[in-house]
Ligand binder design. Structure first.
Ligand SMILES: Cc1cc2nc3c(=O)[nH]c(=O)nc-3n(C[C@H](O)[C@H](O)[C@H](O)COP(=O)(O)OP(=O)(O)OC[C@H]3O[C@@H](n4cnc5c(N)ncnc54)[C@H](O)[C@@H]3O)c2cc1C
Length: 383
């Protein structure tokens, strides 16, 4: 079987790897370079609890399923590619500040433990005096999403896959209602199956009937990276609170992320930088002395209901998009369900059916961060 996948982000590469290992001949088309989209700028958190809580819902269940696949997925990627991907399952602290309403947590279990502020500060000495209490989620993990993409690309190519960088999928060709080709500036690729894994740009490939176009909208996110003064250790855990998260990565911390409907704009804004710094300093006051070393922006792919879009769209065409805030976490599960659907016709959870909005008008409901109101202050140098 020949499969053409559009997009070399975490989704396209993970699906491609799984399909290639399963015996398919796979080509991934990427309009820029591997990991060029949201995957590159992601926080890399595998945050099933922090993002989706402890209730049962289609996406929370899928997140837990993905989380359970991660240890083997990471081990196989590292062993086969020869690259470390920074996978660490060392838990996350979910903080509540003084004066903040309690999170609707549900019953605590072995998955989450309640901590006093002092106990949280013992785990993370940089935490300030404003902490009221915390929850420790020991199963939360993280991965270096940039290293992840490189390792995925290596594994995919080793398994016989082909990445065609700087080749944009422009238009699908249909024959009798079935997608039979995709046109790029260089050629028309023919295949038995096509997969749209083009992230926030998934709705932009021409030629499909309207009901088959994945209803994906970009949700902009900005992240800043801070470096410690000499001799100061970075935190050991991912920390959530005050509207942001702090992720230790390679002796620095990532602070993210804004949420904004801004079309396909990925400009870096002073208002986001100021807001992210201020919120993070509300958790760890000494971060005010850390140097800004990078500032990124990217686009999350979101469906109107915030659930992933996974499944068949029209004959010959499959969709792996809409992973929104959890595309890194979901990756091994997305690869599993899409490869089983394509190779073995095993159905995906209907809650993720990419055609579920056909004929309806569904407003996109996205919480946006209030960073635009906090845009004062000098524009510091990024080094
Ligand atoms: C600031 C930020 C922080 C995030 N943090 C986390 C996190 O901590 N944990 C988590 O799980 N998720 C996180 N996410 C979400 C996660 O990054 C995304 O859900 C995930 O990366 C989506 O992966 P993807 O492969 O579907 O899309 P992308 O990574 O965006 O890849 C799509 C690829 O398709 C290519 N492409 C697009 N159109 C075409 C075309 N026509 N032809 C050829 N190629 C095309 C693009 O160039 C791109 O390389 C974050 C996102 C952002 C923006």
């Amino acid at each position: 079987m020949k499969v053409v996948i559009i997009g070399a982000g975490v989704a396209g590469l993970a699906i491609g790897w799984k399909l290639a290992v399963g015996g398919a001949k796979v080509v991934v088309l990427e309009r820029a370079q591997v990991g060029n989209g949201a995957t590159l700028v992601s926080g890399g958190m595998l945050a099933a609890t922090a993002e989706l809580g402890s209730v049962s819902s289609p996406d929370a269940d899928f997140a837990r399923q993905a989380n359970a696949l991660w240890p083997d997925f990471a081990a196989a990627l590292e062993a086969q590619s020869g690259f470390a991907i920074g996978y660490r399952r060392n838990g996350a602290l979910l903080l509540r500040l003084k004066g903040e309403a309690a999170r609707p947590e549900g019953p605590l279990s072995g998955e989450r433990t309640a901590l006093t502020a002092d106990a949280a500060r013992q785990m993370e000495p940089l935490l300030g005096a404003e902490i009221e209490n915390a929850i420790f989620a020991p199963h939360e993990a993280q991965v270096d999403s940039q290293a992840l993409c490189r390792a995925l690309a290596v594994c995919f190519v080793q398994a016989g896959g082909e990445v065609r960088a700087t080749e944009t999928a422009v238009r699908f060709e249909l024959t009798g209602g079935r997608v039979t080709g995709v046109v790029t500036p260089f050629t028309t690729h023919r295949a038995d199956a096509f997969v749209i894994a083009a992230g926030a740009w998934s709705a932009r490939i021409e030629g499909l009937p309207p009901e088959a176009v994945p209803p994906v909208v970009p949700v902009k996110g900005e992240i800043i990276v801070l470096s410690p003064p000499a001799g100061v250790a970075v935190p050991s855990h991912v920390v959530w609170g005050n509207g942001v998260y702090i992720v230790p990565r390679r002796e620095r911390v990532l602070v993210g992320a804004t949420m904004e409907l801004a079309g396909f704009d990925t400009s870096l804004t002073k208002s986001a930088l100021t807001w992210l710094r201020r919120q993070a300093e509300g958790l760890m006051p000494s971060l005010k002395d850390w140097r800004l070393s990078e500032h990124w922006a990217g686009l999350r792919p979101a469906a109107p209901d915030g659930l992933p879009l996974l499944g068949q769209s029209v004959d010959g065409l499959f969709v792996a998009s809409g992973q929104y805030r959890n595309g890194i976490l979901f990756a091994p599960a997305v690869a599993d369900v899409l490869s089983r659907l394509i190779l073995e016709r095993i159905a995906v959870d209907p809650a993720f059916d990419p055609r579920r909005f056909a004929g309806t008008k569904s407003p996109l409901i996205v919480p946006q961060t209030p960073h635009k109101e906090g845009g004062n202050g000098a524009w510091p140098t990024v080094s």
